[in-house]
Design a protein around this ligand. Structure first.
Ligand code: 0YR
Ligand code: MG
Length: 370
């Protein structure tokens, strides 16, 4: 089994209601720079990463896939995915410029495509190849009702809609100009939720340390399950101090690129809910290492879903540290077997592969030329 071609693609898919905002970003489309890896026997593996559909950087990722990593893959056996990951991640001239950042997003797309091929070759969904159980129960929590640009009435309506649909957990964005707005919205949603429902908040790194401490302390009265990315993504000592000072647990990880970064946050007890994301972490291979690391420290892993759930559904289905997975439905129309929630739980995927197989219409409708 040999790799014959490595071809990049790019999708730009509209987000909910034409646009969303959180404490740090406003976007109208989700980007998926990806790759199709074809073997000599004609099998095709598909992988992609997740972006804010910024064309120049999406093109840079596609170029890294095609011209930096692609030639290293031609002629290799795709089943040797861990060895290939290691060769690509440690290729000296690439490592020299990119131990994190765009290179990791490009490598993620490739690694996912290789795992997709491996699972297809085994004729199994990836979760089964990874040793997961058929009767796993994986709860969904919703992010797509809680955007920062929605007014208070809509925020409450969206939360009610989700719980009516069977969700038992919802997340809302915080990080407004005025902390009073955040607190008012948390209180309103908490009051609208049924007893026992979980409520999370996500600041997307937008607070400084003082404000995080101030708002974080006041969140204690609303039974918030976690505060996500309260301050600047890489501020390790800041997160250590917050984790010690606040009674509400800290969640983070969607902006961390490497096992080394997760090791430091986990070892310092700066994080409770570990939100590793395979599309930033250079793929399934490194994601699994981080999930094991968290598990060994007794910390739950609740993946961030930069892939809009397709691959993470398999990973969370299989990994013992995962019982909960984020839900954002923006890319559902792109996939042959889109991730689906019923009564607040994910439906088990059945198709062989990593869940990444695209419908032909996806490229026709949302494809952008690279
Ligand atoms: C917009 N989930 C998140 C969106 C979301 C972000 O940046 O991607 O809010 O992925 O933080 O936890
Ligand atoms: Mg987040």
């Amino acid at each position: 089994m040999r790799i014959e071609s490595v071809e990049p693609f790019l999708l730009h898919v509209p987000v909910t209601s034409g646009g969303i905002a959180d404490g740090a970003h406003a976007l109208e489309k989700w980007g998926a720079p990806g790759v199709r890896i074809t073997t000599a026997c004609g099998r095709v593996g598909t992988g992609y990463t997740g972006t804010h559909a910024h064309l120049p950087t999406d093109r840079a990722i596609a170029l890294l896939i095609a011209e930096a990593y692609g030639p290293l893959l031609i002629g290799r056996d795709p089943r040797e995915v861990r060895a290939l990951w290691s060769d690509l991640a440690h290729h000296p001239p690439i490592r020299w410029v990119g131990r994190a950042g765009l290179t990791h997003l490009a490598l993620a797309a490739i690694d996912v495509a290789l795992w997709d091929l491996k699972a297809q070759e085994a004729d199994q969904p990836l979760w089964r190849l990874l040793g997961g159980a058929a009767d796993t129960r994986l709860e969904a929590y919703d992010t797509d009702g809680g955007w920062l640009d929605r007014d208070d009435a809509r925020l409450v309506d969206e939360a009610r809609l989700r719980t009516d649909q069977g969700y038992r957990s919802v997340k809302i964005k915080v990080g407004s100009e005025e902390p009073a707005r955040d607190l008012r919205r948390v209180e309103a949603v908490r009051e609208a939720l049924p007893d026992g429902a979980r409520l999370m908040v996500d600041a997307n790194g937008s607070w400084d340390r003082a404000r995080a401490l101030e708002v974080g302390r006041r969140l204690a009265e609303f039974d918030v399950t976690w505060i996500e990315e309260p301050i600047a993504f890489d501020d390790l000592p800041g997160h250590v101090a917050l984790a010690r000072a606040l009674s509400t647990p800290i969640a983070l990880g969607e902006q961390l690129y490497t096992t080394d970064a997760f090791r430091d946050f986990i070892a310092a007890d700066a994080v409770h809910y570990v939100q590793a994301d395979a599309v930033r972490l250079a793929g399934v291979t490194e994601w699994w290492t981080v999930a094991d690391l968290a598990h060994a420290h007794g910390k739950p892993v609740v993946p961030h879903i930069g892939d809009m759930m397709q691959v993470h559904l398999h990973l969370a289905w299989a990994h013992p540290a995962c019982t909960l997975l984020e839900h954002i439905p923006w890319m559902r129309s792109c996939f042959v077997e889109p991730a689906t929630v019923q009564d607040g739980r994910f439906v088990r995927p059945e198709r062989p592969g990593a869940g990444t197989a695209l419908r032909d219409e996806a490229l026709e409708r949302w494809g952008v030329r690279v």
